[in-house]
Design a protein around this ligand. Structure first.
Ligand code: HEM
Length: 439
């Protein structure tokens, strides 16, 4: 990806392009745009003392803002920065100290706030395979592989690098500057001198044009559509208030697990969580141009939500609850008549005593060149929990027994294809730096 000419595009578009391009070029473009001066300084709240940092890396909700209904509002800009160890074999104590010190430097430099920096570090099963020792039984972290019956016909890449740092902020320059600082490409970060970086211990994994970045927030998909740069966009207008490509709000409080609920309960990694990242191509041109609003709401929520106009244009009628539990018990009968089942309706079948087991932190991106996509990031206690919900979303038995087919009218399956999957352990903060399997 290359940066557009500054004079040809809007400010927001230029900033999003800068995050996707990354590196020094992306950052200086971003900085020049953020403060108008092209200086090497970002302007974020300073980090200060590390004593108040939460023990859980994934504890973001207390500091994140809320929307007008009280739902957690995710940060707008995201980078999933993939790294691998420079050396073969297992990391030593000095490597561990270097990584920990680099992460602490990020924390000293920038506050844990939406306009500051939120981050987690997650480790793949491939990382733990470096050790002879096995992960304790409390940690369910299988190698990534196909999850649903549909994936036998898809070509999916599985993550085998060592670790991913998920960087998030409302300020696009912050995520880029933090990534560059970890790589050792910046001496100062937000005016703070970076005494240490990952340099020498970790290196960027994957090809430079494989960078995983994205954005989420009301108005951003509509803005992308207006700018006309992304391919595969619909003719139908995406609602101004929609934060996601498919045009509806998501992440309502009542359909999200709490940060406590997704914790690993016992053992050395207690307080940590597991993370699944699935990259999807999303065919929003078909979604918007072939389906009516009634069909879209039926497929995303349930036909009852569509019949009773419960959702509104983009979900504005739903406060903190989709009320999806009203429709869950009817999923199999709905598959026969009227012959359509909703995505949320299917997924909610896997709630545990009414409690959703996944904490979803997904965001929009572009994939396969420049087509709409999603990095679907979910936190849960065990990867098997994710797989259980994902299979419920695929609804194989509904296609066998109902009037819906494998992909048609079976939630949103028709519009999605899986490109990439990865499983991660996100340890508690105390063990976030190159942990052994039993720290
Ligand atoms: C482009 C892809 C996706 C889109 C646009 C999407 C959209 C939505 C929407 C609009 C809702 C209802 C609002 C809400 O409850 O927050 C929802 C709920 C949900 N989705 Fe997705 N989703 C996508 C992919 C996935 C995937 C891959 C999973 C993996 C299992 C998933 C799991 C869930 C779950 C668990 C719920 C909540 C169900 C409940 O209320 O218990 N979604 N999604």
């Amino acid at each position: 990806m290359t940066l557009p000419d500054r004079d040809d595009v809007s400010r927001r578009k230029f900033l999003q392009a800068a995050v996707a391009v990354g590196g020094a070029a992306g950052l200086s473009a971003c900085l020049g745009e953020s403060d108008g001066g092209g200086t090497e300084r970002i302007d974020a709240p300073a980090g200060g003392s590390l004593d108040d940092r939460p023990a859980r890396q994934h504890a973001w909700n207390d500091v994140l803002e809320r929307d007008q209904d009280g739902n957690v509002r995710p940060p707008a800009h995201h980078v999933l920065a993939d790294f691998s160890l420079v050396a073969d074999g297992t990391p030593g104590d000095s490597d561990r100290e270097t990584v920990e010190e680099a992460l602490r430097e990020l924390e000293r430099a920038i506050a844990l706030q939406p306009d500051g920096l939120l981050f987690t570090v997650g480790y793949t099963p491939a990382y733990f395979d470096r050790f002879d020792e096995k992960l304790p039984d409390d940690v369910d972290l299988p190698d990534p592989g196909p999850v649903t019956y549909l994936e036998n016909s898809e070509t999916i890449a599985f993550d085998t690098h060592d670790l991913t740092v998920h960087l998030a902020s409302d300020d696009p320059a912050v995520v880029l500057a933090a990534e560059e600082a970890l790589l050792g490409n910046r001496e100062t970060l937000n005016g703070h001198e970076m005494a240490t970086s990952f340099d020498g211990v970790l290196e960027r994994a994957g090809e430079p044009d494989d960078r995983r970045t994205g954005f989420v927030g009301p108005g951003l998909p509509a803005q992308k559509q207006d700018e006309g740069e992304v391919e595969g966009m619909p003719d139908h207008d995406i609602a101004e208030g929609a934060p996601f490509w498919m045009g509806y709000r998501s992440g309502f409080q009542e359909s999200q697990a709490t940060e406590e609920y997704v914790e690993i309960e016992g053992g050395a990694f207690a307080g940590g969580t597991t993370q699944h990242v699935e990259t999807l191509r999303v065919q929003i041109n078909t979604w918007f141009d072939q389906d009516s609003h009634h069909e879209r709401v039926s497929k995303l929520f349930s036909h009852v939500h569509a019949d009773e106009d419960r959702v509104g244009e983009f979900g504005e009628k739903l406060g903190t609850s989709t009320g999806i539990m009203d429709a869950v018990d009817d999923t199999a009968t709905d598959a026969r008549d009227p012959g359509v089942v909703g995505h949320a309706q299917k997924a909610a079948r896997e709630r545990e005593d009414g409690v959703p087991p996944l904490l979803r932190r997904d965001f929009n991106t572009t994939v396969a060149g420049n087509l709409p996509g999603v990095h679907f990031l979910a936190l849960q206690d065990e990867i098997s929990t994710f797989e259980r919900v994902r299979r419920a979303m695929a609804g194989e038995e509904l296609a066998e027994n109902g009037a819906v087919s494998v992909r048609q009218n079976n939630g949103i399956l028709q519009y999605l294809s899986v490109l990439r999957r990865g499983n991660y352990l996100v340890p508690p903060r105390a063990h976030r730096s190159l942990p052994t399997p039993n720290p």
